[in-house]
Design a protein around this ligand. Structure first.
Ligand SMILES: [Zn+2]
Ligand SMILES: [Zn+2]
Length: 371
């Protein structure tokens, strides 16, 4: 089969920026040395570019997990151009296809089933999409967004202005144009590129699958550190409408923290969250499935499977009862029902909550025993 034609612009941008970085950074460090200003500026601009992709391109535009004030949208559009990952419209279109047809080699633009290299960068080096390249029919909503379309129209100019303008400006301020061109210009761009690309490559190869094994996406706390929280990719692929990727308070997800913090000053609103019961149900289902596959070799497997099934059924029934009681209680409170009724419903709700918690710990204990 004939290979897709090479996209020379992309090949040159990726290889030249990489080469310039690995040669110039050590040389500059050796002859002149880096100052605190270089380091701080690189980290901050890396964060600006990276989070414009995660907070803006990914969670705002591709998945619409929240709404943003135009001022914030404008800043994210600039940061997205600075990250040099195509326009928000194009990026979102590719990404929506990735979710819809994940792992299908003929449709997913960066299918992880085609290997690390392809999903990391290879998919951008050749024209695999052909005439479908400019088809944005899956992003009609974004085509009505003035800031997205403005960025799309002026993408090249914005990219050049930010990528040369920011390092030049810093270079003038600190009287070291070469130093900032190397650090904030090249080093920041290369790191920003590959950190984001890890989400398509490593986050589909390396990590755990606590919520689903229907696709290759993985949860990986280490990856979250360089991807501003996007390492929780298994969760993200099953619950893509959630503005969070790391749902626990201790999971590192600065993109989530930023979106939440911005809501306090009105820069973001209508943050979408998947209800806790749906998340729990997915997790328990997966635990049950993993345990079932684990015990098939054991001699007394039937006994274990029967118990597993029974405990799981109780768990799901308790979850359902708890969710219903909570709904009833909240509804009564909202509708200003008689105080006695509200107190009764609250008691019932708390009782079911405790029952669910106890069944959950019994479930965990059983899983540990089997393991
Ligand atoms: Zn996504
Ligand atoms: Zn993915």
């Amino acid at each position: 089969m004939k290979k897709a034609p090479i996209i020379w612009t992309n090949v040159l941008v990726f290889s030249l920026t990489f080469l310039i970085t690995i040669i110039s950074v050590p040389l500059y460090g050796y002859f002149y040395g880096f100052t605190m200003a270089h380091i701080v500026a690189t980290v901050l601009t890396l964060g600006f570019a990276g989070m414009s992709i995660t907070v803006g391109y990914h969670r705002l535009w591709a998945h619409k997990t929240y709404e943003a004030h135009p001022i914030l949208e404008f800043i994210l559009a600039l940061g997205g151009a600075f990250a040099l990952q195509n326009s928000a419209l194009h990026w979102s279109s590719d990404h929506r296809i990735h979710h819809k047809f994940v792992d299908q080699n003929d449709k997913d633009p960066y299918s992880a089933k085609k290997g690390f290299w392809f999903s990391h960068i290879g998919w951008m080096l050749r024209d695999y999409q052909g005439e479908k390249y400019g088809d944005y029919s899956n992003c009609r909503d974004l085509q009505k967004n003035r800031i997205v379309m403005w960025q799309h129209k002026h993408y090249l100019a914005l990219t050049l202005i930010t990528n040369f303008g920011v390092p030049l400006l810093l270079g003038l301020i600190f009287d070291d144009i070469l130093g900032f061109l190397i650090t904030v210009g090249f080093l920041r761009l290369v790191l920003s590129h590959h950190f984001t690309f890890f989400i398509n490559s490593l986050a589909h190869i390396w990590g755990s699958q606590p919520y689903t094994d229907k696709n290759t996406a993985r949860d990986n706390g280490l990856l979250a550190f360089v991807t501003y929280g996007e390492g929780y990719h298994n969760y993200h692929h099953i619950f893509e409408s959630d503005y969070r990727n790391g749902i626990r308070w201790y999971q590192y997800d600065p993109s989530k923290w930023f979106i939440k913090a911005a809501s306090f000053i009105g820069l973001t609103k209508n943050l979408r969250k998947v209800p806790f019961e749906r998340i729990q149900a997915a997790k328990w289902k997966m635990q049950k499935y993993k345990t079932e596959t684990k015990v098939v070799e054991l001699p007394h497997k039937q006994e274990i499977l029967t118990r597993l099934e029974a405990e799981y059924d109780i768990l799901m029934a308790r979850l359902k009862a708890f969710v219903n009681a909570r709904k009833e209680y909240l509804m009564a409170k909202r509708q200003n029902a008689p105080k006695m009724t509200v107190v009764e419903l609250k008691k019932q709700y708390q009782l079911l909550k405790a029952q669910l918690a106890s069944q959950q710990s019994q479930w965990q204990q059983m899983l540990m025993q089997v393991a």
